[in-house]
Design a protein around this ligand. Structure first.
Ligand code: 5GP
Ligand code: ZN
Length: 123
């Protein structure tokens, strides 16, 4: 998609400091953070919304979800629990889908939002 901002970031047409990158995914800090830590995990392939995903995207979606706690830990908002009890730290994971879901950029992305309280993430 030539006019898609996240395609341009993935293609390095817009310089953005990646916190993670591989053949399938890129992750970078949100330009307008809703919390002390707020980054986006974005597939390099253009998919408009979560509702456009099918079985063929299951592995990609799984990879995005499994990357979230790893990067959250690196970025200082990981969740730690010693023995299955309630631990410390933590983060929200969020896909906004469509106008009523509050989606602004129509290129699939997973928000990871966290950091030390106090903050009240409403997103
Ligand atoms: P949505 O509402 O679509 O789920 O969220 C899109 C997110 O992308 C917003 O939180 C917004 O701040 C972020 N964003 C939009 N444009 C850019 C950009 O050019 N660079 C970065 N790093 N984040 C962006
Ligand atoms: Zn795109």
């Amino acid at each position: 998609m030539t006019d898609c901002i996240f395609c341009k970031i993935a293609a390095k047409q817009i310089p953005t400091k990646a916190i993670y990158e591989d053949d399938d995914l890129i992750a970078f800090h949100d330009i307008n953070p809703a919390a002390p830590v707020h980054f986006l995990i974005v597939p390099k392939q253009h998919i408009a919304t979560l509702a456009d995903c099918s079985e063929s995207h299951a592995a990609l979606l799984g990879k995005m979800m499994l990357l979230a706690p790893k990067l959250a830990k690196e970025q200082g908002c990981g969740y730690e629990a010693a023995d299955g009890s309630i631990g410390t730290g933590g983060f929200k994971t969020l896909f906004n889908t469509g106008p009523d879901g509050g989606q602004e950029v129509y290129h699939l992305h997973l928000h990871v939002i966290g950091g030390p309280r106090p903050w009240r993430g409403q997103r």
